[in-house]
Design a protein around this ligand. Structure first.
Ligand SMILES: [Zn+2]
Ligand SMILES: [Zn+2]
Length: 134
């Protein structure tokens, strides 16, 4: 019983940490953030829970950025911009694929489209500022 409570407390903490930030963190970041409060937490536990949350649709994966998977606690439809310079993943409100396009794809290929997403790649405003010639 004791163990089980401890286990669900960690689950809650991992989910809460993902939801508390808009930086789309990595599993490693979640682990480092929680480690002081949960000294017996392992990186494996963080990965397992994140995979479970993802399967349950409680969190989303933004994909792999600079070799590390990035997670998002915001599961409402929105779009991402990935900075190729600093690796920042920034939220952009709105969806950029009109329903007509999904319908066209569905019809043309005899698919049933459930969702679609756009991912913008480029250089974020703070990196652009840093790159300005002095
Ligand atoms: Zn940047
Ligand atoms: Zn997001």
């Amino acid at each position: 019983m004791e163990r089980k409570q401890n286990f669900s407390r960690k689950r809650e903490a991992i989910l809460g940490t993902i939801r508390s930030t808009v930086t789309h963190p990595t599993a490693e970041w979640v682990y480092q953030t929680l480690k002081p409060d949960y000294p017996d937490l392992s990186l494996g536990t963080v990965y397992r829970n994140l995979a479970q949350f993802k399967n349950d649709g409680v969190i989303m994966s933004v994909g792999i950025v600079n070799g590390q998977e990035r997670y998002d606690g915001n599961t409402k439809p929105h779009t991402h911009f990935v900075c190729s310079s600093c690796g920042a993943v920034i939220d952009i409100p709105g969806e950029f694929i009109p329903k007509e396009v999904s319908d066209e794809v569905a019809e043309k290929h005899h698919f049933k489209v459930q969702s679609s997403e756009v991912l913008f790649h480029g250089v974020c405003s703070s990196c652009l500022q840093r790159q300005l010639p002095l």
